[in-house]
Design a protein around this ligand. Structure first.
Ligand SMILES: [Zn+2]
Length: 134
């Protein structure tokens, strides 16, 4: 399998990627309104409060939406289609995106669990439906 391209990691997103490398999901939670956010950013997008506290939700959640990719966007991804990318509402709050496996299982409202996929120099967060990943 060809690995997806590595993400751009910067000062803001660094803790998220470092957490994934340890198979931990780290999100920011606003100290004022308590909403969780992704991607990471210095200010709460909901109430404007500066800063965020690290929280570590279990990574379980439900599928809010999804799309199945049938046609590779690049030749390097030809061996990966079809794959599914889901928007997941995390238990405890926050919404995040990740591949959903198996792609044929995707359903809105489906319960999912996190799957940490280690690539050469980064770890990808994916989700598995009730039938498991793989
Ligand atoms: Zn807030």
């Amino acid at each position: 399998m060809t690995a997806p391209p590595a993400p751009d990691r910067d000062t803001e997103s660094g803790p998220f990627w470092q957490g994934l490398a340890q198979h931990r999901l780290l999100l920011q939670e606003c100290p004022a309104c308590r909403r969780r956010r992704f991607p990471r950013m210095p200010t709460c997008p909901y109430c404007g409060t500066d800063g965020g506290e690290e929280v570590e939700p279990p990574g379980t959640g439900t599928v809010y939406s999804w799309v199945r990719v049938e046609r590779a966007l690049t030749p390097a991804a030809a061996d990966q289609v079809p794959y599914c990318v889901a928007t997941v509402d995390l238990d405890g709050g926050g919404r995040i995106h990740g591949r959903l496996e198996p792609p044929a299982a995707a359903r809105i409202g489906m319960a999912v669990t996190p799957v940490y996929v280690d690539h050469d120099d980064w770890t990808e967060l994916r989700f598995a439906g009730p039938e498991g990943g793989g």
